[in-house]
Each structure stands twice: as structure tokens, then as C-alpha cells.
Design a protein around this ligand. Structure first.
Ligand code: GRF
Length: 201
């Protein structure tokens, strides 16, 4: 059984895609044991609650220093004892200690075809605004292992999505979520759970 901790910051549609895939049997032999949010009001926490998954909020505002916050995030992860950590719309830069502790066992979903439109400041709608500004005809999503950089870890899976005439950042984001993110994140987790994608030992 693959024990998964999912880290979130917002609406949690990627978390929901994983929850639904486990329930539908499209992800085998895996369970989400904890959802961790850095935002107390993240709707992702509601989604976790509805699915009967333990959900905790670790808010920067509750800690005097950034180091204390980072240590609280690490504790929240370690308590869940996950085999796999999934960053699903998680917008906090993780400490080197967390990255090091979970290297090879932490994946992230990014809403572009890395190495395009990624790195510092490229998250949410901004990614799609830049893709439209550049005039690309194809964009998509990427699942990658997390390393010390920003969206720089080894790429695991990607899926391309057509940019359509008249697209706005919002319509493009929705299509990338529906046609790419919500498919390749569960597919990657299933392949990890079945041992087809190896985690570092
Ligand atoms: C979205 O921009 C998505 O593309 C990216 O993170 C943001 C929020 O996702 N992965 P979610 O709905 O919270 O999963």
C-alpha cells in the first residue's frame, strides 16, 4: 500500500482528481493518509474532509519565524510517514531540509510543458498568460520530481494540450487542468504505486 501525503494551497482540484481516481480504482494499492495546507481556508481542506481524509493546516501566521514554520511543515509530513508526497497546487517554497528528506519521494504537478513557462513566479494563471502572450500553439502539464530548484527536478510525465483561438488565461487553465493535470497526476501516482516508476530507495 502506497501511503500518500498531499500538500495544497487552494481549490484542490488536483487533490480531488487523485481522490476520485483512488475511489474509481484507477490508482491501485494507494491511499491518501494526510492533506496538508498552508492556507486555513483552502477549499482543498473541505475536499479532504468530505473524503474522510485527515486534513491539517500549517499557517505561516501561526509561527514567529520562517524556520519554525518550516519545521512545523516537516513535522506535519513526518507524522504522516508518507511513501510519497504530492504537491498539488502547493505554493510554498519548501525548505532544503524538507526537499532533502523527501528527495525521490516528492512529486509536483506544474501547468505547462517544462522547461517552458516555469520557475520563479510561474504559477496559477500567470503560466497561461505567458503562454498566450508568447503565442504557443501547444501547452500542457508536467509531473516532475521535486529538487532544490523551482520546477527543475527530473520530469516524470507530460501531456500536451492545444491552445484554441480566443483562449483566455482562464479558458486555457481550465483545459490544461481537465485534459492534462487531472489525468497525468493520478496516472503517475498509479504507476508509482504499481512499481512501474521507481522511487529512490
Ligand atoms: C492550478 O493553477 C493548477 O494548474 C496548479 O495549481 C493551481 C491550483 O490547483 N497545479 P488546485 O485546483 O488547487 O489543484
Amino acid at each position: 500500500m502506497l501511503n500518500i501525503a498531499v500538500m495544497v494551497s487552494g481549490g484542490g482540484t488536483n487533490l480531488q482528481a487523485v481522490i476520485d481516481a483512488i475511489e474509481a480504482g484507477r490508482i491501485h494499492d494507494a491511499r491518501i493518509t494526510r492533506v496538508i495546507s498552508n492556507k486555513k481556508d483552502a477549499y482543498a481542506l473541505e475536499r479532504a474532509g468530505k473524503a474522510g481524509i485527515e486534513a491539517v493546516a500549517v499557517s505561516r501566521a501561526d509561527y514567529g519565524t520562517r524556520d519554525e514554520f518550516d519545521k512545523a511543515l516537516l513535522r506535519a509530513l513526518d507524522e504522516a510517514a508518507p511513501d510519497l508526497v504530492v504537491l498539488a497546487g502547493f505554493l510554498v517554497v519548501l525548505s532544503p531540509e524538507i526537499i532533502s528528506r523527501y528527495r525521490g519521494h516528492m512529486i509536483n504537478i506544474h501547468p505547462s510543458l517544462i522547461p517552458s513557462f516555469c520557475g520563479e513566479g510561474y504559477y496559477g494563471l500567470k503560466v497561461h498568460e505567458e503562454a498566450l502572450k508568447r503565442g504557443v500553439k501547444v501547452t500542457g502539464a508536467t509531473v516532475h520530481f521535486v529538487d532544490e530548484g523551482c520546477d527543475t527536478g527530473p520530469i516524470i510525465m507530460q501531456k500536451a494540450v492545444e491552445v484554441e483561438p480566443g483562449d483566455t488565461p482562464e479558458t486555457l487553465q481550465r483545459r490544461v487542468m481537465e485534459q492534462a493535470e487531472w489525468k497525468i497526476l493520478p496516472e503517475t501516482i498509479d504507476r508509482i504505486a504499481r512499481g512501474l516508476i521507481k522511487l529512490e530507495s
